[in-house]
Design a protein around this ligand. Structure first.
Ligand SMILES: [Mg+2]
Length: 234
């Protein structure tokens, strides 16, 4: 009998390279603000707006795992400081929607969709992300039976909450699950602490050496099915 039933996947830097996506989304976000709230962009450069967002989090730490609400509320405050008063919340929400739509414009790593499609025939697939990418806006989303964000459980990996959510949804035990992700702490340590197996994705140009805790790693999506099979029969 096959031991592994559940595969959990991180998203950013595991299914796609995240840096260009975020940089482009930030650019589109700022351009939208320059067009729709020029008094804000006269007062805040992209860098100082980011610094304001970080300072806002230091004052309101409860937004730490609510990254969408954090961006909306900190922007609302920056708009108020720029003189937008009553319109601030509305402008902030629209600008956030523009950011979020741009943030979904991802390019999968080569072979990702083929491999995910094949794996979905034999395993339950669930995505677990600390970010706000929405897998259901991409065609690859149809292969996943559930997708959870840190915002859903108000806790980011390596905290157990997202991993537990995947176990609860699938009805699997940790020893029946492999988590696949790029981050040594958030993905590998987090999953291993609960008794999952863990495979590290080393796919970005600046990927560090795989974590010693990782059960295996891969540098090309075509390597992954064999690595899963090997762990599954171990
Ligand atoms: Mg990641």
């Amino acid at each position: 009998m096959k031991r592994i039933k559940l595969l959990c996947f991180d998203l950013d830097d595991t299914l796609w390279l995240s840096k260009p996506v975020i940089l482009r989304a930030e650019e589109i976000f700022y351009t939208y603000l320059a067009d729709n709230a020029p008094a804000l962009t006269e007062q805040f450069s992209p860098e100082s707006l980011r610094a304001h967002r970080l300072a806002f989090l230091a004052r309101y730490p409860h937004f730490k795992h609510q990254i969408s609400q954090w961006r909306i509320h900190s922007l609302t405050e920056a708009l108020e400081l720029s003189g937008y008063q009553d319109q601030s919340a509305n402008i902030a929400k629209r600008a956030f929607d523009v950011f979020l739509a741009a943030r979904q414009q991802i390019s999968l790593f080569p072979y990702t969709e083929d491999v995910i499609s094949t794996l979905s025939e034999n395993y339950t697939l669930i995505s677990l992300t600390n970010g706000n990418a929405d897998l259901q806006q991409h065609s690859i989303g149809r292969y996943f039976s559930a997708s959870y964000q840190a915002e859903d459980v108000n806790a980011a990996k390596p905290d157990a909450a997202l991993f537990l959510k995947a176990l609860e949804h699938s009805g699997c035990k940790p020893e029946e699950a492999i988590h696949i992700g790029d981050h040594a702490i958030d993905d590998i340590s987090g999953a291993k602490a609960l008794g999952f197996l863990a495979i590290q994705a080393c796919l970005t140009p600046d990927s560090p050496e795989p974590a010693t805790l990782a059960d295996d790693h891969f540098r090309d999506w075509r390597e992954l099915p064999d690595k899963i099979r090997q762990l599954s029969s171990r």
